[in-house]
Design a protein around this ligand. Sequence first.
Ligand SMILES: Cc1ncc(COP(=O)(O)O)c(C=O)c1O
Length: 463
Amino acid sequence: MSETPLASPPRASSPPAGSKPARGVLLRTAIPGPEAQKVIARDQKYLMTVTKTEPIVAASGQGVWITDVDGNRLLDFAAGISVLNVGHSHPDVVRAIRDQAGILQHFAGTDFYYDLQVRLAEKLTQITPGTFAKKIFFSNSGTESAEAALKIARWNRRRPITIGLLGAFHGRSMGSLSMTASKPVQRARYAPFVNGGHHIPAPTCYRCPYKLEYPSCDLYCAKILKELYFETSIPPDDVAAFIAEGVMGEGGYFVPPKGWHQVIKSTLDEHGILFIDDEVQSGMGRTGRWFAIEHTGVTPDILTMAKAVGGGIPMGAVAMRADLDLGTGAHSNTFGGNLIASAASIATIGVIEREGLLHNATTQGDYLMQRLHELQSRTDEIGDVRGIGLMVATDFVKDRRTKEPAVQFRDRVLVEAYRRGLILLGCGKSAIRYIPPLIVQREEIDEAVEIVDAAISAARAGA
Ligand SMILES: Cc1ncc(COP(=O)(O)O)c(C=O)c1O
């Protein structure tokens, strides 16, 4: 017996899709307000514990704005973890979902055929890097895309080893988790993992694992794969794939230094090792290009995507060299390329193209970086500002010289920010990421940076 009728969740009035969103943070209650507290209490009773850290209870969203169940209007610089790249409830995406729901919702696209799915696949082969023939596999999430990519590599190469990076996040199902090395809590109690996973230190220049400096390091972190690992512990001809994120996301928004990808890729090519580029977080325009790897000039053999590709509907995809295609029955699923998800995805890609969102991600991203650098110049606790396009982070430190992570301070800033109406997420050990929808405008960036500034002062005062 349900204690509350399912059809009556607490709601703030939401504007009709397509109407102009009201702007500016508006706080009617403390966060969480009374209605939010009721939902949180019930959530804690009925939902399994996952990763929730912030007591924000959304009722509706439009553009870069979320209205919560108490009628507060909040500025969303988390975008559903880089999912709402075209903003909340974009009218074109809403229309595509509604229309498709009334035509045909699902028809098992792995067993039968859909024109919509083919159109989307064709489009994805065009926007992913590489001029060679490509094929697409549709999944439902990032972890499922990673699983598929790892299986495609193993199936093709018939080799047992996969190499990834320390700090990387590829998902939480057993195959992807075996290559995830972001936080011990994500792996604790789950061993044994899928066999054959190895990790090497990542190119995290601000906190270089070798305490070297770019460029005098001569890309030691890339060369070490060939010069040390392949000479000692990892037989290169047993390696099927190397997997890395376009820009390391959960691990702390580290952009690899120029040249890192070239050195790694040429080492992989010497041994026929496939390069899997995980663009689940960094893809779909987030960095100002369709996929972050495009900034490097290196072309992956297999590319994984999810999050923003469905414009808010669960959707993932793997793009691969066509010659890596599998045999019938070797891999499949039920919902991959679901029609509503495919319609939402086609609409999302259309919005990114028509509204020039790659360009906006670049120009607004530059502006955001500039504003955060200004903030850093008067904030000792901000040790580093890094990122690319609208995939930006500030790293909080106890001391700029030692770079000791200021974990608790970062956590306090997050709390003070949402109390002031700005939705943010942490990443890495002591960083905050800034990932607004790609439609974000200057005045919203100004408002966000002012709130972060105030949140830092409040975090200091409360220390
Ligand atoms: C780079 C990357 N890969 C894979 C995943 C897993 O995606 P999902 O949560 O949809 O399984 C994530 C999720 O944050 C991610 O950031």
